[in-house]
Design a protein around this ligand. Structure first.
Ligand SMILES: N[C@@H](CCC(=O)N[C@@H](CS)C(=O)NCC(=O)O)C(=O)O
Length: 203
């Protein structure tokens, strides 16, 4: 399988952590690609009309995106142990997956904003995006019992990846402060081999 990839993208990291947890990492050939909200990559649009990463080409040539679809695909290839098949826990894990991905959706536009020339940046936009992320951290800290399932899952992968992206690009947010439940949970998750072997690199 071929994955359009970047070591800076939290969405890419989420699918790579999933690949490791599903025992598929050795089957993935990564192709490094630079994408940006500030430019249009017409070549890549021919592969993925959204021109976003991650984008996966499966072994039978199907193109899959976005990150959540790819995670579910990897889980199906790996035997389906990263998401309960049905019942209340199925929906909780899907919901948790959406929270983790949504935390990335909160921070990515802020990252784009701070890279713009200083005189074009909106302080209000930056503040709102960061606050929305922090409100998610509050919710997770309070609801850690529905996140911390003994069987590791796609929800925990997404939340762990969202928090790790904040550590990479937004260390000033100090999200661990006054959130001991979430900080303790994240310490264990970030020590997993799947996270250790997929660190962000700024290149
Ligand atoms: N909803 C998508 C979001 C992916 C995404 O936005 N990736 C960024 C890189 S971190 C991207 O491709 N940006 C290109 C652009 O904004 O045009 C997913 O979950 O895969």
């Amino acid at each position: 399988m071929k994955l359009f990839w970047s070591p800076r993208s939290p969405y890419v990291r989420k699918v790579m952590v999933t690949a490791h947890e599903a025992n598929l990492a050795g089957k993935i050939e990564t192709t490094s690609i630079v994408v940006s909200g500030m430019s249009v990559s017409t070549d890549f649009h021919a592969t993925n009309p959204l021109a976003r990463i991650p984008t996966l080409i499966t072994e039978d040539g199907e193109v899959l995106f976005d990150s959540s679809v790819i995670c579910e695909y990897f889980d199906s290839l790996g035997g389906g142990h990263l998401q309960p098949a049905e019942g209340k826990e199925h929906w909780q894990v899907k919901r948790n997956h959406a929270i983790g991905t949504g935390m990335m959706d909160n921070l990515l536009p802020v990252r784009g904003e701070v890279l713009r020339p200083a005189q074009e940046q909106s302080a209000g936009f930056i503040k709102a995006g960061e606050e929305k992320f922090m409100l998610c951290c509050d919710w997770l800290d309070k609801n850690i019992g529905t996140i911390n399932r003994p069987q590791f899952d796609l929800g925990q992968i997404a939340i762990g990846t969202g928090l790790a992206y904040a550590d990479f690009r937004f260390p000033h947010l100090d999200w661990r402060k006054n959130r001991a439940n979430l900080a303790g949970w994240a310490e264990r998750v970030h020590a997993r081999p799947s996270f250790v072997s997929t660190q962000h690199i700024d290149k």
